[in-house]
Design a protein around this ligand. Structure first.
Ligand SMILES: Cc1ncc(C[n+]2csc(CCOP(=O)(O)OP(=O)(O)O)c2C)c(N)n1
Length: 276
């Protein structure tokens, strides 16, 4: 897929995230908008996973540790044909499996997540299993930067390096905000790169909204033979909707009708610029 096609896809994904969150009157808007370009490149460029091979043990694994941003994952999985997009009209409704966090009851979801700090440990186990079974699949996991203070991440980081898991790629959606403030205010994790490097990981920085950089960084995995890889993706919470960008209240804010219309107009305008 070309960069232009990816850019257009991201616009459609952002529109869908807003549509289904608004319809559900619930969801994690800002963090879904910050990570959607990463998911776009993973599912449309990098991952060897699709509805046909999802039951194959050779498929690549994507485990979304920042599970609260499941809306981003849902719109991508629907686009890839894991389930009909119309299912998302039931998001957060009584008896729906499309709840506010990933659950394996939904086709295409690898792991139940949402309690922060679980995705990296599970991914380490899955990557270790690949090594033990002589399988070539790769394991990708997306973490929030505000998730990093969970201690389980650091046990997992240590273990990944110990077992030389170069089939593991962790991606940090580094939007600098979490639920009640900036990461610097709530629990400072900087410098993230130096911390992971000291644990034995190989680290790269990218602009998490730049399709070319994202494609290139995933194409160059593993960054170093025998080491787990970390991509620190610099992103903007609420990316794509001007009044949501870098605004804490959109962590789980839901747009009202007028705000929704404005957001869709902005995204349509952005699309018109891409087509030009
Ligand atoms: C174990 C655990 N503690 C607290 C929460 C509540 N919680 C939900 S989202 C969030 C902030 C996460 O910040 P970040 O990972 O940076 O997410 P993003 O900004 O990308 O949405 C918190 C503390 C949780 N889901 N799990």
């Amino acid at each position: 897929m070309t960069e232009k096609e990816l850019a257009q896809k991201s616009i459609q994904y952002r529109k869908n995230i807003l549509k289904y969150i608004t319809n559900a009157n619930a969801g994690h808007t800002g963090g879904s908008l910050s990570c959607i370009d990463i998911l776009n490149v993973l599912y449309n460029h990098t991952l060897n996973v699709n509805p046909a091979n999802f039951r194959s043990s050779d498929r690549d694994r994507y485990i979304q540790s920042k599970g609260h941003c499941v809306e981003a994952l849902f719109v991508v999985l629907a686009d890839k044909g894991f389930f009909p997009e119309s299912d998302l009209e039931t998001l957060c409704k009584y008896k729906s499996h499309y709840i506010g966090h990933p659950t394996k009851k939904v086709n295409g979801i690898e792991q139940n997540t949402g309690a922060l700090g679980h995705g990296l440990p599970i991914s380490v186990g899955t990557a270790l299993a690949a090594k033990m079974d002589n399988k070539d699949y790769k394991v990708y996991t997306l973490l929030g930067d505000g998730e990093l203070p969970e201690g389980s991440n650091w046990e997992a980081a240590l273990t990944a390096a110990h077992y030389k898991l170069d089939n593991l790629c962790a991606i940090i959606d580094n939007n600098k905000l979490q639920i009640t403030g900036t990461n610097a205010e709530v629990c400072n994790t900087d410098p993230i790169d130096k911390k992971f490097e000291s644990f034995g990981w190989e680290v790269r920085h990218v602009d998490g909204h730049d399709f070319k950089q994202l494609q290139q960084v995933f194409d160059s995995l593993p960054f170093s033979t025998g080491k787990p890889s970390l991509v620190i993706a610099h992103t903007i919470k609420g990316k794509g909707v001007s009044y949501m960008e870098n605004e804490l209240k959109w962590h789980h804010g839901v747009p009202n009708k007028e705000q929704y219309v404005t957001a869709i107009e902005e995204l349509d305008n952005a699309n018109a610029h891409i087509i030009k």
